[in-house]
Ligand binder design. Structure first.
Ligand SMILES: *Cc1c(COP(=O)(O)O)cnc(C)c1O
Length: 298
């Protein structure tokens, strides 16, 4: 569903948001798209266990846990950070995943860095038996295929499509399904030059660009300015956005609109990739730091 964003914008710009956050109550946004064909493939391969990786507040972990439960898979989450073992009950994401039946293995940050190496995966197979592996963030060929379904024929009127970028799987799907006249702008939620190449592994088309000016210091980092922006956006539009991904992207697009980046009368589509489950965990952190919290209540 595309919803018009009614803000006071210059240059005749028209802004719409694709509400992928509303696709499913628990498996929100792009994680739903990314899991679709992977879970089908796991069934074809007759696997009954899904194993994946993620951090403390990972949308992907929450999505795999719920989708696994819904579709009858056993799920295993390899979680970054030894110390989280004792904090499950204070961590809304992990608590939710555990209630969905996900089994955790907590590992050190050092071990986590080697998570996709064959040695480590063999070690996991010995420990857990056979499993269908979904990489961190859920990005692989089948995930990109799922994300090709985000844009539909009714989106052909848009000149620009903007989305947040984590591992790059979502934007790769959007790039592959975009029409030749459309420009795709990605807003990385983290620092790093590697994303461009990652995206090219899956999408060979041109006509897209990453805008690296709105990561706010890196993954999961947030500033008071961003919090105020998101709260104001919510009070004007009643659309909740998450602080890790979509919040930064929307901040970036509105900033660029005011700086005259887009041509007059441009039609811009923002992809709301979901991730609202992360707001509660973020607010816990903000309270500890005595910063204002996100009032984008859901
Ligand atoms: C995971 C996630 C992203 C990033 O998607 P990638 O395919 O990894 O680039 C964007 N937005 C939300 C809300 C997410 O949960």
């Amino acid at each position: 569903m595309n919803q018009q964003i009614k803000l006071d914008l210059p240059n005749g710009i028209n802004l719409f948001m694709k509400r992928e956050d509303l696709l499913h109550p628990f498996v929100s946004g792009n994680k739903f798209r990314k899991l679709k064909y992977n879970l089908l493939q796991a069934k074809i391969e007759q696997q009954n266990t899904i194993l994946t990786f993620g951090g403390a507040f990972s949308n992907h972990i929450a999505a795999v846990a719920y989708a696994g439960k819904e579709q009858g898979f056993k799920t295993i989450g390899i979680i970054r950070g030894d110390e989280l073992r004792d904090q499950i009950n204070n961590n809304p994401t992990l608590k939710f995943a555990q209630e969905c039946g996900m089994q955790f293995k907590f590992i050190s940050r050092e071990a986590y860095r080697h998570k996709h190496e064959n040695n480590y995966l063999d070690h996991l197979k010995k420990e857990f038996g056979a499993f269908y592996l979904i990489p961190e963030g859920g990005t692989n060929e089948l995930a990109v295929k799922g994300c090709e379904e985000i844009l539909t024929t009714e989106d052909s009127k848009f000149d620009y499509v903007c989305c947040a970028v984590g591992t790059g799987g979502t934007i790769a799907g959007i790039i592959k399904s975009a029409l030749p006249h459309q420009k795709i702008l990605g807003f990385p939620a983290l620092k790093g030059d590697f994303l461009q190449d990652e995206i090219r592994i899956f999408a060979s088309n041109t006509g897209w660009k990453l805008i690296n000016d709105y990561h706010f210091g890196g993954y999961g980092k947030i500033s008071e300015e961003l919090i105020q922006f998101m709260n104001s956006f919510f009070s004007k539009t009643e659309i909740p956005i998450d602080p890790i991904y979509t919040g930064k992207m929307v901040f970036g697009v509105i900033d660029l609109i005011h700086k005259g980046y887009f041509a007059e009368n441009s039609q811009i589509l923002l992809i709301h990739t979901g991730g609202l489950q992360g707001i509660e965990g973020m607010n816990q952190k903000l309270k500890k730091k005595k910063l204002p919290i996100l009032t984008t209540n859901v």
